[in-house]
Design a protein around this ligand. Structure first.
Ligand SMILES: *Cc1c(COP(=O)(O)O)cnc(C)c1O
Length: 389
C-alpha cells in the first residue's frame, strides 16, 4: 500500500522532472523494525544483526540501528562502510573468500564475531591473530544438506563447511590459542516462511549442539542466518515474526545465545523505485509501457524473475494510453530482459503517469548495473519525520 507521504513525494518529483528516483520511507522502516524488535523481545528469542548487503545505504543503517543488536557485513568494503557510519555498533563478518587484508581489517576494527567459512580461512585467521597478539572470536559456518523445500534460494555450494570438512577445524582450533570458538553459524536458504524457518533452525541447533559437545565451548552461540520470506507476489503478506520469535525462543536452552541476520525482510518494504511512463505501444498484440530508467537501476525483478508490484499514479495524460488490458512494463535498455513486470492487467495507463514500484528497499539499487547505457542516475530521497539523518 502506498502511503500519502510516498505518493505526495512522487507527485512533487514528477512535477520537478526528477524521476526516476528511489524514495525511502524511513518512518515506515522504523515502524516495521520496531514491530520485529517487539516480536523478538521474549526471553531467549534471537537477537538481530541486520545483513547490510540487503541495503547498506547510510540513512537506512542509521534508521535501523536502534532496533537491532548489530550488523552483519559480508566484505571488507561493507565492514569499513558500516564502521564509519556506526562506529560502536556490534559487527559480525561473514562471506566466502575473505582475503588476509579483510581478516586483518576485521581484527583492527573490532569485529565481534568472524564467521569462518573454511579450514584454510581459520588457519590464516589464526596466524594473523597470533601476529598481532589479539584474541579473535569466531563462529564456524556449517553448510547442512537437507530438504530446503519452499526456499527461494538454497545456499548450497561453497558456503561454509559441510559436516566432513568442518571436522578439519578441530585440530586447528586446538593449536590456535588466539582463536576463541563461540559457536555455529548457518545461513542455509532464503525465502522461507516462519514455520519452515523454525524447522530449519531446529536442525541447525540439533547438529550444532552435538558438534560443540566435543569442544570447550560452554556458552554456545548459534547464528541461524537470514532468509525470512518476502513475497513479491503478495505484498500484503509479511513474515510472521511473532510466531517465529515465540517458536525459536522455545527451542533455546539455558546458557545459549541465539542470533539471526535478516536482510531482505527488514528493508525491502521501505523502498520505492518511482518513475514515469515515456511511451505506450503495441507490438504483435502485446501492450508495453516504456518507463524512464530501467532495470540497470532496479534489478530486483530481473534477478528474482518476478513481476515487481507497482501502483499507477495517473497524470492528466497527453499521449498514447490504453485501458483495461494486460501491459508489460519495460525500461529504456536495449535488451528484452529489461522488464519490471509482464502482462499485468491495468485499468488505464498513459504517457506521463507516475509508476511507483514498491518493495524496492532491498537488493535493489545496490545490486544493479548502474552504468549500462549511461542514462542519468536516479535521485535518492528519504522521508523522515524525525528530520534529515
Ligand atoms: C545474504 C545473507 C543474509 C541475509 O539474507 P536475507 O535473505 O536478505 O535475509 C544473511 N546471512 C548471510 C550469510 C547472507 O549471505
Amino acid at each position: 500500500m502506498i502511503t500519502d507521504a510516498v505518493s505526495e513525494k512522487a507527485a512533487r518529483l514528477a512535477e520537478g522532472g526528477d524521476l526516476p528516483a528511489y524514495v525511502y520511507d524511513l518512518d515506515a522502516l522504523r515502524s516495521h523494525a520496531s514491530g520485529v524488535q517487539t516480536a523478538l523481545s521474549l526471553p531467549d528469542a534471537p537477537e538481530i544483526f541486520y545483513a547490510a548487503k540487503a541495503n547498506p545505504d547510510a540513512p537506512i543503517l542509521r534508521a535501523l540501528a536502534p532496533y537491532v543488536a548489530g550488523i552483519e557485513v559480508a566484505s571488507g568494503g561493507e565492514l569499513e562502510h558500516v564502521r564509519s557510519i556506526l562506529p560502536t555498533t556490534r559487527l559480525a563478518f561473514g562471506g566466502p573468500g575473505k582475503t588476509d587484508q579483510e581478516l586483518a581489517l576485521a581484527l583492527e576494527l573490532n569485529v565481534e564475531r568472524i564467521h569462518v567459512e573454511s579450514p584454510y580461512e581459520l588457519k590464516r585467521l589464526a596466524e594473523l591473530a597470533r601476529a598481532v597478539s589479539q584474541t579473535v572470536d569466531v563462529m564456524l559456518r556449517v553448510n547442512l544438506a537437507g530438504d530446503r523445500a519452499g526456499a527461494a534460494l538454497a545456499m548450497s555450494g561453497p558456503f561454509g563447511m559441510d559436516p566432513d570438512l568442518i571436522e578439519e577445524c578441530r585440530p586447528l582450533l586446538a593449536d590456535s590459542p588466539r582463536i576463541r570458538l563461540r559457536g555455529i553459524h548457518a545461513h542455509l536458504s532464503s525465502g522461507l516462511d516462519a514455520k519452515d524457518l523454525v524447522k530449519q533452525s531446529s536442525e541447525v541447533l540439533k547438529w550444532g549442539r552435538s558438534w560443540l559437545d566435543d569442544t570447550a565451548v560452554t556458552q554456545p552461540e548459534f547464528n541461524l542466518g537470514g532468509g525470512m520470506a518476502v513475497d513479491y507476489n503478495a505484498p500484503v503478506y509479511t513474515f510472521d515474526w511473532t510466531a517465529y520469535g515465540r517458536d525459536i525462543a522455545a527451542l533455546a536452552r539455558p546458557g545459549e545465545t541465539l542470533r539471526i541476520e535478516p536482510g531482505r525482510a527488514m528493508s525491502a518494504y521501505a523502498g520505492w523505485y518511482i518513475t514515469q511512463v515515456l511511451d505506450v505501444k503495441r507490438a504483435y498484440g502485446e501492450w508495453y509501457a516504456v518507463l524512464r530508467g530501467g532495470t540497470m537501476q532496479f534489478r530486483t525483478p530481473v534477478t528474482k524473475q518476478h513481476n515487481q508490484p507497482f501502483v499507477i499514479l495517473p497524470s492528466a495524460g497527453e499521449g498514447p494510453e490504453v485501458n483495461g488490458v494486460p501491459v508489460t512494463m519495460v525500461g529504456q535498455l536495449c535488451t528484452p530482459k529489461d522488464v519490471f513486470a509482464r502482462q499485468v492487467p491495468v485499468d488505464r495507463i498513459s504517457v506521463g503517469d507516475v509508476i511507483a514500484f514498491s518493495m524496492a528497499g532491498a537488493y535493489a539499487w545496490n545490486i544493479s548495473h548502474h552504468d549500462f547505457l549511461m542514462h542519468p542516475k536516479p535521485g535518492f530521497h528519504y522521508l523522515d519525520s524525525k528530520g534529515p539523518q
